[in-house]
Ligand binder design. Structure first.
Ligand code: TPP
Ligand code: MG
Length: 751
């Protein structure tokens, strides 16, 4: 007999044989409430059984269940349905309980829709089996354990901040953010980092209404968590109020959850609720528990079944007779079986267009309208306005031709100065914008890019974070959800990598897994690339962008010249507000303070500032053309563009007239502009300062091939190496001499 059937039969046998005491035992909670919770627990159990059955029939696609964890119904009961919840994957009973608190929602049906991958499933629409629903304020989570911890911390930090800034949020002022985890997940550095960050924020006296729930079944798949570890690690953490309960005893869990919720709600401080649970029916349907657990251990856990526990309480308190318990249990089985037959008939998600529609919706007209707004012209949009409109395909692009179209007075500015000034304008224009990261506030950034912003806009809008990139991005994730427009900074490209999942697994997936119902707009500024003369070593000169380029929907802007930096940054901010776009603004450190291009004092790498207005916008995925030579096209960006323009000058002296294209956007690539520039000369040299493998030139050449370009094409790139110190760096980085020689070869060769 499978463990599934054993658990089911054990329950039936135990109840059938349950003695009814002569005198009712005290229940500890109101009978009606206990029945309500029991129904959620029983419903969740039968959903688990149905999941296994559907899987066996080839009709269902997910079997990780909640059996043994059904005490989490009491956590839902202790909270309000308007408290944002980021849930562990064993939260069936929580989900059903919360669904009961909101009229018109059939939680059991929702879960079944998820199991069968129905397109009408209310949050992910068949894209994944997750617990989530906007009306229930349950934000869907990925399968990456603990990856929601930084977002939960970020949300708990951002809700009070948004209130303080007068920015409308989808949640009430006294909301509690609840985030639940398994015991093994609590060891993940993502979780420990987020707990640490929550404690540090609270230690600084800032509100952090975060309730962390650990559902401790003592196992992470097959690996036991050392007995007592969770209590040992969390019960005496200064600043973290600890509550615990036995998950088989519903009244105890409800009481502890109530105390914990009240503590967080009133004190605005983090708390930890430790629920000791069991895991029944294995990790998932495919898990053969017998391979790593003794039959005795498995059997012992059945006796601690929380559904059985609640049934016993109800019988002992004379709320239900054993027969009534069994009736209720079997009714739930039948109801869910019937619902399951219904939902398997429903249409499934199908076709690339439907599947991908919520990935990264783009409305270029709305982006343009917002990007060209002037300071003070907006208020923070309301939640409804933000969530409102339908996704639309990206409209046509335009290539901008060289020439500075300045509308504002003032001297010529460097790249760093322009970014600084633009951030200033963005903060002035959009009251929901916040700038944060390591060293960005008081110091004004390692390179001075954010200097003065804190003074102008105050510590609530421009602030330093602790030193943890997962937290930096987690604050961004939560801030975006809360209605703010986060502009976090990651100090160097090399340091994105230790936190990349927060961008890849979290930020870039939320719209997809929620069909756009939840969004986490953000503009992540990252200083990167090589060529920092005199300041060497890999970590400050990292030029690897492969980990960013393949993230679906992520926009990567990489400006080279000051004017573009301003307009592109405005565009990203507008795209965040209009479409919830997640973007990276990759800033070439070596060009931050560069003024000259060809000769000392020529000032050709400075631009007058383009203030707010019509010119202050450049469409996502539109390239910029420099010069209009017809002998060959140099395709580049960032430092590569700078070098290409210098090389073009040298080539001109040889009678070779190059066209230089700045692709500016590493994702999406400006494919139309690229093809046009390639076809104009029939000879393309891609000048790629990133790595030869996984670098951008691979994609550029693929785009040319895909677009039907039949001319010559070659590339020069940096080596597949880390970057060494000092002048040795130049041996692995692409240099002007190499570009020059390859360009000459290409123009002089036949064909
Ligand atoms: C980052 C990450 N690593 C590995 C996995 C695979 N995995 C899924 S569940 C799980 C165990 C989690 O155990 P625990 O947190 O105790 O939750 P439980 O399943 O016991 O409720 C693992 C290792 C994952 N989902 N995410
Ligand atoms: Mg576990």
């Amino acid at each position: 007999m499978s463990t599934v059937h054993k658990v089911d039969e054990y329950f039936l046998d135990q109840i059938a044989a349950l003695p009814v005491p002569d005198q009712p035992a005290p229940l500890g909670i109101a009978a009606e409430e206990a029945l309500d919770l029991f129904d959620s627990q029983v419903g969740s159990r039968h959903l688990d059984l149905a999941a296994r059955d559907l899987r066996a029939r080839g009709e269902g696609f997910y079997t990780i269940g909640s059996a043994g964890h059904e005490a989490n119904a009491a956590v839902a009961a202790a909270l309000r349905p308007t408290d944002p919840a980021l849930l562990h994957y064993r939260s069936g009973a929580f989900y059903l309980q919360r669904a009961r608190q909101v009229p018109g929602i059939d939680g059991e049906r929702d879960v079944l829709l998820g199991l069968v991958g129905a397109a009408s499933e209310p949050i992910a629409g068949g894209r994944h089996k997750v617990f989530g629903r906007k009306e229930l304020h349950i934000i869907p989570q990925t399968s990456t354990i603990a990856s929601h911890a930084p977002r939960a911390l970020g949300l708990a930090f951002s809700l009070p901040l948004a209130k303080k800034l007068g920015v409308d949020t989808p949640w009430p002022a006294d909301a509690v953010v609840v985030a639940s985890f398994g015991d093994a997940s609590m060891n993940h550095s993502t979780a420990t980092g987020a707990v640490n960050a929550a404690l540090q924020v609270a230690y600084r006296g800032l509100p952090v209404p975060l309730l962390i729930v650990c559902e401790d079944n003592g196992l992470g798949i097959s690996v036991p968590t050392p007995a007592g570890w969770i209590a040992h690690a969390y019960q005496d953490r200064p600043g973290l109020r600890y509550f615990d309960a036995d998950g088989a005893r519903l009244p105890e869990v409800l009481a502890a959850a109530r105390r914990a919720a009240e503590y967080v709600r009133l004190r605005r401080r983090p708390a930890f609720l430790h629920i000791r649970t069991v895991r029944l029916m294995g990790h998932a349907g495919s898990d053969i528990e017998g391979a790593y657990r003794t039959p005795a251990a498995i059997a012992t856990e059945m006796a601690q079944d929380p559904v059985l526990g609640t049934a016993r309480f109800l019988v002992e308190a004379h709320v239900l007779t054993p027969r009534k318990v069994l009736e209720r249990y079997q009714e739930a089985r039948e109801r869910i079986a019937k619902l399951a037959e219904e939902v398997i008939q429903l249409p499934k998600l199908a076709g690339r267009e439907q599947i991908m529609a919520p990935l990264a919706p783009r409305r270029p007209d709305a982006v343009r309208a917002l990007a060209t707004q002037t300071p003070g012209a907006t208020r923070a949009p309301t939640t409804d306005q933000r969530a409102g409109s339908e996704p639309r395909a990206q409209a046509g692009r335009e290539a901008t031709v060289s020439g500075t179209s300045s509308t504002a007075a003032g001297g010529a500015m460097t790249l760093a100065q322009t970014i600084n000034r633009t951030l200033h304008d963005v903060l002035a224009t959009h009251p929901q914008a916040v700038v944060f990261g390591e060293d960005v506030a008081v110091k004004g950034g390692v390179y001075g890019v954010t200097r003065g912003l804190r003074r102008s806009f105050g510590p609530a809008r421009v602030f330093d974070t602790l030193l943890d990139e997962q937290t930096v991005l987690g604050v961004g994730l939560g801030a975006g959800l809360a209605g703010l427009l986060p502009i976090p900074e990651v100090q160097y490209l090399a340091y994105l990598h230790n936190a990349a999942d927060q961008l890849r697994g979290e930020a870039a997936t939320l719209s997809y897994f929620s069909q756009g119902r939840y969004r986490n707009p953000m503009v992540v500024r990252i200083a990167g690339y090589g060529y920092q003369k005199g300041f060497g070593g890999h970590f400050h000169n990292d030029n690897s962008v492969a980990a960013l380029r393949d993230i679906p929907g992520l926009v990567i802007a990489s400006p080279a010249r000051p004017e573009d930096a301003g307009t592109m940054l405005r565009t990203l901010v507008a795209a965040g507000l209009a479409d919830g776009t997640v973007s990276v603004f990759l800033e070439p450190i070596a060009l931050y303070h560069t003024r000259d291009l060809h000769d000392e004092g020529d000032g050709l790498w400075t631009d007058p500032y383009v203030g707010p207005g019509e010119q202050a916008h450049v469409p996502i995925g539109s390239a910029r053309v420099y010069a209009d030579g017809t002998d060959l096209t140099l395709v580049s960006w960032a430092n590569g563009l700078y070098m290409s323009l210098r090389v073009a000058e040298r080539l001109a002296a040889e009678g070779v007239h190059a066209r230089v294209l700045d692709i500016r956007w590493l994702a999406p690539l400006p494919e139309e502009d690229l093809l046009a520039a390639a076809e104009a000369t029939g000879k393309v040299l891609v000048v790629d300062e990133t790595r030869r493998s996984g670098g951008v030139s691979e994609a550029v050449i693929a785009a040319l091939a895909d677009g039907g370009y039949t001319g010559r094409v070659a590339r020069v790139a940096s080596a597949d190496s880390l970057i060494p110190l000092g002048d040795a760096a130049l041996d692995v980085l692409l240099d002007e001499e190499t570009i020059y020689r390859r360009a000459l070869e290409l123009t002089r060769s036949a064909g």
